[in-house]
Design a protein around this ligand. Structure first.
Ligand code: SF4
Length: 865
C-alpha cells in the first residue's frame, strides 16, 4: 500500500488535517491526521466519507464550447478574446469573476491579480460573500483589519462558550467535539439560536430569540456588564476608541425587560445568561451564519465585538470573539483579497495601497474602487451592464438568493464561462464555455481555516482527462490576454511565494496579515510545509490594533425595528445546512452513507402551526415567498419557534423538482457587507395533496428527472433512488425504466403498482407506487441492486420472513438506524451515549451523531418515566 499523504479536508472551515492513502486508481482510505492542530486526528462524518466521493462520476473532463468538446488552446483563446473584446468595447467594469471559498489560496491569488491589477476592475466577488462577509466588515470596523482574534486552543481554555447563530454540532462538528470536551471539564455552554438544534439541546442554556433581534440582546448584555461593573475601563482607556455618546445611547431601551420583549425570550433566562457572562472572564463568543446572513449582519457582529472589547475579553487565553467560517478556504480568499470590497493582502483601495500594489505587481491598471458584491453583481448582469462573466468552482444558479432572477441574468449574459469539476450543474447549463477544473485530491496548494491556520492540500491522484488546476486555467487566460510575464507561474509554489512577499511588502507592521518566513522557502519547503498559524497564538495580546492610532473601535449599533408578519406572508423562513451534506451536494451527494442522515429536503414546522395550517408530518407542502415557491416534505419539530419554518440549502434542480431553497430568499443585503439576509424571509406554507406517491430504484442514473410534481434523488449503494409523488398519470414514470424483463404486481383496490426490471439476471430497476397503501421500507430493496441474484419476494419489497426496519440512519459511519438505537436502549437498559457506543457502535467513530444519540436517550428516558 502507498504511503499516507497528509492533506486537508475538502469541506468546512474547521480545516481538519487528513491522512489519505491511495488504495486504487480512484480509491482512498481516509484517517484523521493526529498532528494537525485543528482536529488532532478526529474527523466528522463528511470528512470520514471523503473517500467515497473521489470517483469520476459526473466529472467534466474536457473543455467544452457550447455542447462540443474543444481543445484547451481553442477554449482558452476564446475566453481571452471575449474578455479582451468586451473590455475594449465596454470598459473593464463590463466583465466579472464570481469565485469560491472552494478555491485554493493560489487559485484565488491569480484570479484576484488578473481582475484587480491587470483588467483594472474589482468585479471579482466570491461565494464567501454569502457566508461571512458581515464578519469581515465587523472586524474591519472594530479592529481596522479583518482579523479573527481567537483560535481553537482558546476553546480549551474557556469557562463559558456562547454560540450565536451556529448549529456547531452539525456545521463544524470537530469544533463542537472540542467544545463538548471543554464542557465535560466544567465550562458552561449557552446557545443563542431561534431553533432548538442538536447543538442547543446539549446547552446549559438555550435562548430561542426572535430572528433578527441579536443587536438588542448584545446591547442589553453590554448595558448589564456596565451596571455590574464588568466593563474594563482601564482596557478601554489604553486600547479602544469609544464614540462620545456611546454609553448614553446604549442606556436607552436596553433594560432587561425591554430586551426580553424585543427578543421574545423569558426574562429569567435572559438574566441567567447576562449574569453568567458578567461573572465569567474567560468567555468565547463563537458566531457564524445566524449572525452573518442578516440584513443587519455587520451590526450584529459589531455588537458582539463591542462586548469583548468593552470587557477586555480579547487577546487573552480563553477570551475572545470568534467568527467561524463555513468554507474550507474562505479565510484564504479573504487574505488574498478575493472579496470585491478589498484590494489584496488585507489592503483596501486607498491611494497608497493602490500605488503599492501597482509597484509590486508591475500592474498597468489597478482597480480604483471596490467592485460589485455578489447580489449587485448578478443584478448588473441582468441589467446588461456586465457582459462577460467567469464563474469558478461555485453554483450561483442554486446558491444565490432569488436564484430564479440569477438564472434569468445568466441566460441573458452574452458570454458565460464556468470552470468546474462537475459536468452538469445548474449554472453550467448557462455557460458558453466550460473548463474542466481539478478536484480535491488532484490539486496542490494551501488553505487557511477559521483560526488562521494555513495547511497544505496535496494531490493524491493524477489529473483525470484534461482537467487542470484553477490557477493554471486563469494564468493561461491572463497570458493570452497579453500579460505573459506577470503570470509566468509554473507551479503553485511560485504563486505562494509571491503571495507571501506581497503580505510583507512595504509592511512595517501596520498590516497584521503577514507571512514573513514563508516567502523564502523553495519548492521542497513548500511541498513539506507543516500547518502554521499566522499572527501568532494570541492575537491582540499587547492591546495594539491595526488602526492609525493603534486602538480598536467600539461601534455604536442599535436594534432595528422588527417588522410584524404580513397578512400574505405570515411566517418567517430560515435556511441552513444538514449535518452530512455540503453545499449543493456535488460531492457529498455521491456518498450513499451521507445521504442516509437526511434523504430529502424537509421543511421543519412547529406542530401547533402544522395543526393550524392542515399540514401532516411526512406530507408534502409548498413553501412560498415573494420570490418563488418550492415543495418540501413536512417534518414536525417542536424545536421550531411558532410561526417559523426551516429548510435546507443543498438540493438543486438536478436533485429535486421541489426543495430548491435558493428560489425563496429575498435579494436583500446588509448595507455595509452586502451579505444577503437568508435567515429571515417572509413566507407562507400550504399542504400539497397528491394522488400517488412512491419511489424508483435504478442501478444506472435515470435519463432525466422523473416528470412529476415532486421528485427527490437519493444516492444509494450501487445505484440511485428517486422518491416521487404526483397527481397526473404515473404511467409516464415507467418510460424511465431500462430495457429488460419486467415483472409486475398491481392491486387496483389500493391503487398500488409495483414493477421490477431484470437485466442480466439481476435487478436493474424497480418502481413502487401507491395511491392509498403502504410502501415497503427501502433498505432491503436497495440491497437487491447489488445482489447477484433476483429474490423471489422482490415485489413484496422484503426478504422472506420478517425484515427488520432500521428506521432513519442516525450514525452514518456504522449505518445504525433510529429503530436499532431505540431497541438497544430499551432492551439493554443503556443509560448514556458511551453505553450505546459500546453496545452497537453508534457514535464511536466521527462522533457527529453523538448529539442525536443524547436526544434519543433523553426522549426514551422521558417516555419510560
Ligand atoms: S469538521 Fe468535518 S467537514 Fe469540517 S473540516 Fe473537519 S472533517 Fe471536514
Amino acid at each position: 500500500m502507498a504511503d499516507a499523504i497528509r492533506t486537508t479536508c475538502a469541506y468546512c472551515g474547521v480545516g481538519c488535517g487528513i491522512r489519505a492513502t491511495v488504495t486504487g486508481e480512484r480509491s482512498l482510505e481516509i484517517a484523521g491526521e493526529p498532528d494537525h492542530p485543528a482536529n488532532h486526528g478526529r474527523l466528522c462524518s463528511k470528512g470520514t466519507h471523503l473517500g467515497e466521493t473521489v470517483g469520476l462520476e459526473g466529472r467534466l473532463l474536457h473543455p467544452m464550447i457550447g455542447k462540443k468538446r474543444a481543445s484547451w488552446d481553442k477554449a482558452l483563446d476564446l475566453v481571452a478574446k471575449k474578455f479582451r473584446d468586451t473590455i475594449a468595447r465596454h470598459g473593464p467594469n463590463s466583465v466579472a469573476f464570481y469565485v469560491s471559498g472552494q478555491l485554493l489560496t493560489e487559485d484565488y491569488y491569480v484570479a484576484n491579480k488578473l481582475m484587480k491589477g491587470f483588467i483594472g476592475s474589482a468585479n471579482i466577488d466570491t461565494n464567501s460573500r454569502l457566508c461571512m462577509s458581515s464578519a469581515v466588515a465587523a472586524h474591519t470596523r472594530a479592529f481596522g483589519e479583518d482579523i479573527v482574534p481567537a483560535t481553537y486552543d482558546d476553546l480549551d481554555a474557556a469557562d463559558l462558550i456562547v454560540l450565536v447563530g451556529s448549529n456547531t454540532a452539525w456545521c463544524h462538528p470537530i469544533v463542537y467535539q472540542r467544545i463538548r470536551a471543554r464542557c465535560d471539564a466544567g465550562a458552561k455552554l449557552v446557545v443563542i439560536d431561534p431553533r432548538r438544534t442538536e447543538t442547543a439541546e446539549e446547552a446549559d442554556l438555550h435562548l430561542a430569540l426572535r430572528p433578527g433581534s441579536d443587536v438588542a440582546l448584545m446591547n442589553g448584555l453590554l448595558q448589564h456588564c456596565r451596571e455590574a461593573g464588568v466593563v474594563d475601563d482601564a482596557y478601554l482607556a489604553a486600547h479602544v476608541a469609544v464614540p462620545q455618546d456611546f454609553w448614553d445611547q446604549l442606556g436607552e431601551g436596553n433594560d432587561l425587560w425591554s430586551v426580553a420583549r424585543t427578543c421574545d425570550v423569558p426574562v429569567a433566562d435572559l438574566r441567567h445568561f447576562y449574569e453568567l457572562f458578567a461573572a465569567t472572564p474567560r468567555t468565547i463568543t463563537l458566531f457564524s451564519q445566524g449572525v452573518n446572513q442578516s440584513t443587519s449582519g455587520t451590526d450584529q457582529g459589531n455588537a458582539i465585538l463591542n462586548l469583548h472589547l468593552a470587557t477586555g475579553r480579547i487577546g487573552k487565553p480563553g477570551a475572545a470573539p470568534f467568527s467561524i467560517t463555513g468554507q474550507p478556504n474562505a479565510m484564504g480568499g479573504r487574505e488574498v483579497g478575493g472579496l470585491a470590497s478589498t484590494l489584496a493582502a488585507h489592503m483596501d483601495f486607498a491611494d497608497d495601497n493602490r500605488e503599492r500594489i501597482a509597484r509590486f505587481w508591475a500592474a498597468p491598471a489597478v482597480a480604483e474602487k471596490p467592485g460589485l458584491k455578489a447580489v449587485d453583481l448578478f443584478r448588473s448582469i441582468g441589467e446588461g451592464r456586465i457582459k462577460a462573466l467567469w464563474v469558478m468552482a461555485t453554483n450561483p444558479a442554486v446558491s444565490m438568493p432569488d436564484a430564479g432572477r440569477v438564472r434569468e441574468a445568466l441566460a441573458a449574459c452574452p458570454f458565460v464561462v464556468v470552470s468546474d469539476v462537475i459536468e452538469e450543474t445548474d449554472t453550467g447549463a448557462f455557460a458558453h464555455v466550460r473548463l474542466p477544473a481539478a478536484a480535491w485530491g488532484e490539486k496542490d496548494g494551501t488553505v487557511t481555516n477559521s483560526d488562521r491556520t494555513v495547511s497544505r492540500q496535496r494531490a493524491l491522484f493524477p489529473l483525470p482527462g484534461e482537467a487542470m488546476p484553477d490557477w493554471w486555467i486563469v494564468k493561461e487566460v491572463a497570458r493570452r490576454m497579453g500579460w505573459k510575464n506577470a503570470f509566468a507561474y509554473d507551479r503553485p509554489a511560485d504563486i505562494w511565494r509571491e503571495h507571501c512577499r506581497l503580505s510583507t511588502y512595504e509592511n512595517d507592521g501596520a498590516r497584521f496579515f503577514a507571512l514573513p518566513g514563508a516567502a523564502h522557502g523553495g519548492n521542497a519547503a513548500y511541498d513539506a510545509m507543516e500547518p502554521f498559524r499566522w499572527g501568532g497564538e494570541q492575537m491582540f495580546a499587547d492591546g495594539r490594533y491595526p488602526t492609525e492610532d493603534g486602538r480598536a473601535r467600539l461601534i455604536a449599533v442599535a436594534q432595528k425595528p422588527l417588522p410584524e408578519p404580513l397578512e400574505k406572508w405570515p411566517l418567517t423562513l430560515n435556511t441552513g445546512r444538514y449535518r452530512d451534506q455540503w453545499h449543493t451536494m456535488t460531492r457529498t451527494g455521491l456518498a450513499p452513507k451521507l445521504a442516509r442522515h437526511r434523504e430529502e429536503p424537509l421543511v421543519e414546522v412547529h406542530p401547533a402551526d402544522a395543526e393550524r395550517l392542515g399540514l401532516a408530518d411526512g406530507g408534502l407542502a409548498r413553501v412560498s415567498t415573494p420570490q418563488g415557491d418550492s415543495i418540501f416534505r413536512v417534518a414536525l419539530h417542536d424545536g421550531q419557534r411558532r410561526g417559523e419554518l426551516f429548510v435546507p440549502i443543498h438540493w438543486t434542480d438536478r436533485t429535486s423538482s421541489g426543495g430548491r431553497t435558493g428560489l425563496l430568499p429575498r435579494p436583500l443585503v446588509d448595507p455595509i457587507s452586502g451579505q444577503p439576509g437568508f435567515k429571515r424571509t417572509p413566507a407562507a406554507i400550504e399542504p400539497v395533496a397528491v394522488r400517488w406517491r412512491g419511489f424508483i430504484l435504478s442501478r444506472d442514473e435515470l435519463a432525466e428527472r422523473p416528470p412529476c410534481l415532486w421528485a427527490t434523488r437519493v444516492a444509494v449503494p450501487s445505484g440511485v433512488m428517486w422518491e416521487v409523488a404526483g397527481n397526473g398519470d404515473p404511467k409516464r414514470l415507467e418510460t424511465l425504466l431500462p430495457a429488460g424483463q419486467r415483472i409486475e404486481a398491481v392491486d387496483a383496490g389500493r391503487g398500488t403498482r409495483r414493477v421490477a426490471v431484470i437485466a442480466n439476471d439481476r435487478l436493474a430497476a424497480a418502481l413502487f407506487l401507491t395511491e392509498s397503501g403502504e410502501l415497503p421500507p427501502r433498505d432491503w430493496l436497495i440491497a437487491q441492486l447489488s445482489s447477484p441474484q433476483v429474490a423471489p419476494t422482490l415485489l413484496a419489497g422484503r426478504a422472506p420472513g420478517v425484515q427488520a426496519d432500521r428506521g432513519p440512519i442516525i450514525c452514518s459511519c456504522f449505518d445504525v438506524g433510529l429503530k436499532t438505537i431505540v431497541a438497544a436502549i430499551r432492551d439493554q437498559g443503556l443509560a448514556d451515549v458511551a453505553a450505546i457506543g459500546n453496545a452497537i457502535g453508534a457514535g464511536t467513530n466521527c462522533g457527529s451523531c453523538r448529539p442525536a444519540l443524547a436526544r434519543i436517550l433523553t426522549e426514551e428516558t422521558s417516555h419510560a418515566a
